[in-house]
Design a protein around this ligand. Structure first.
Ligand SMILES: [Zn+2]
Length: 507
């Protein structure tokens, strides 16, 4: 783990640093008057100061100014600090710094910036992460920054930030790695190592017969991969039990498609590149579990099931029109083999639902890079689609509101009757259709209707608001938010959902 460790520095004088990164929209009146004076003197001869990242040498020390740009407009948010920190820390790294400090200049008092320092640190971590294969080839020298002092932070803040950063780092590794290095068995191995000796237990299901029997829809997706042993699927089960009483139980199912060729509905026309990142949902869930393992929050129990599988193409691949009977006993008509994530997760969601009936205040989630429609509809934000009990409890709203404060933005979508109509059975031979046969991005309600499918195959349609035992369920589609710039082949994974879930349930 080579994420830069967050170090609390109540005052600037406490920070042990070799570069000072100052982030803000105005550098003219810093608390340290001599620093302000030196910056003003530079500004008189360099018009770039305050407009772009600049490195000054003041008293023989590196000072990097990272301007946020305006913060006061209705549409500005804390990502101004996130983005400025990314640029600032890359400048520090390029200059040879290994332990910079971050100081916010005149923090804007608007409540949307109340976590600006935390977010600046997380932005720096995002910028500094290098892919696992790159570290394995070049060595740790490509991540030279070992710690970042945060001026104004206390120990409680740095403890939380280190937990989040460790989780996000793992999530980026799991999401951002090529399909052989992170084939299902190796994904499982990474998880075993990640949680060794921690407060999170790990169980890996490797046996194909068990997967065929217990998770028939996941087995269907995996079928074409059975010809190649190193591509065999895995179910990874993670569990955290807090000390003391459990007040709430979080139950996650993550989509871990280590590679998605589309299957028989092959991704053609250049749409396959980047599909090694189709495991971003499982990666984010595992990352959140790592944050939980390190932070050990009280009162909250967390269980996660990860469907780690490869959607290959071959003579035994599944095809549209097949009818598969799911774990829940639902006869699923395959509409399109490229809509495989909902199949991979559905049986695990059903199993999780059964467990939820005996847990304290359960909340269920699926986290997935599920649809191009989520990216088309929401741009770089996650899309949350929830059932009645979750909507009544404002579960998505609360996570999304915290996401705004933690640079982990999301939009909340409604689940509607059209979503259920869309996947209704057309014959008596089946109970539900998995998907239409067009790209989700050109399908109306393309990111909402898959939640209806998941609710049906997960058995959650029988646990709505009016049922004897309502179960809140939120489907989180991170297809738009999972990688930087929507660049699925080259963009850095963002670890979407990790910081807002942590803010909501652990702080
Ligand atoms: Zn697919």
């Amino acid at each position: 783990m080579a994420y830069p460790h967050a170090v609390a520095a109540p005052q600037l004088a406490d920070a042990n640093h070799d570069a000072l990164i100052i982030i803000g929209d105005d550098f003219s009146s810093l608390a340290d008057a001599s620093l302000s004076q030196a910056i003003s003197a530079q500004q008189a001869v360099d018009a770039r100061i305050g407009k772009q990242v600049t490195l000054l040498v003041i008293d023989s020390k590196r000072v990097i100014l990272a301007p946020t740009g305006p913060l006061n407009r209705d549409y500005d948010d804390v990502r101004r600090y996130f983005d400025a920190a990314k640029q600032g820390v890359l400048e520090a790294k390029a200059s040879g710094s290994t332990q910079p400090a971050i100081l916010l200049a005149n923090v804007n008092q608007d409540s949307r910036y109340k976590h600006a320092l935390e977010v600046a640190y997380l932005g720096a971590c995002q910028a500094l992460w290098q892919p696992l294969e790159a570290r394995e080839f070049h060595g740790q020298a490509i991540e030279p920054i070992s710690q970042i002092s945060l001026v104004g932070a206390d120990e409680a803040m740095s403890k939380a930030l280190n937990a989040i950063a460790a989780g996000q780092y793992a999530a980026r590794d799991l999401c951002g790695t090529e399909p052989e290095r992170m084939a299902p068995p190796r994904f499982a191995d990474y998880c075993v190592e990640l949680f060794a000796g921690s407060k999170v237990s790990v169980e890996v299901i490797s046996d194909i017969n068990t997967i065929d029997k217990d998770y028939p829809m996941m087995s269907t997706v995996a079928r074409a991969s059975y010809a190649v042993e190193r591509h065999h699927p895995r179910v990874v089960k993670l569990e955290y039990v807090p000390e003391g009483d459990v007040e709430r139980t979080l139950m996650f199912v993550g989509k871990g498609l280590v590679y998605d060729t589309g299957g028989a509905d092959l991704k053609v026309g250049g749409f396959m590149a980047g599909m090694s990142r189709d495991k971003g949902g499982a990666a984010s869930v595992a990352g959140f579990m790592k944050s939980v393992a390190d932070f050990a929050p009280k009162g909250v129990k967390v269980i996660a099931y990860l469907a780690v599988v490869r959607n290959s193409i071959g003579s035994d691949c599944f095809v549209p029109d097949e009818i598969i009977t799911s774990r829940e006993g639902v006869r699923v008509r395959i509409g399109n083999t490229d809509a495989e994530g909902r199949l991979a997760m559905g049986d695990l969601l059903s199993e999780m639902k059964d467990r939820a009936l005996n847990e304290v205040n359960p909340e269920l989630f699926t986290v997935a890079t599920l649809t191009g429609h989520a990216a088309r509809a929401m741009g770089p934000y996650s899309a949350y689609v929830e059932n009645g009990p979750a909507r009544a409890a404002k579960i998505s709203r609360q996570i999304a509101d915290l996401g705004d404060l933690w640079a982990d933005g999301a939009e909340v979508s409604r689940s509607r009757r059209e979503d259920y109509d869309f996947i209704r059975p057309r014959t008596l031979a089946d109970d539900v259709l998995s998907s239409n046969n067009a790209a989700s991005a050109v399908t109306a309600r393309g990111h909402q209707f898959p939640m209806a499918f998941l609710a049906i195959v997960g058995g959650l349609d029988k646990h709505g608001t009016e049922s004897a035992q309502p179960l809140p369920y939120v489907h989180m589609d991170i297809a738009g938010s999972g990688v930087e710039g929507g660049d699925w082949q080259h963009g850095k994974p963002t670890a979407a959902t990790v910081s807002s879930l942590f803010a909501r349930y652990c702080l």
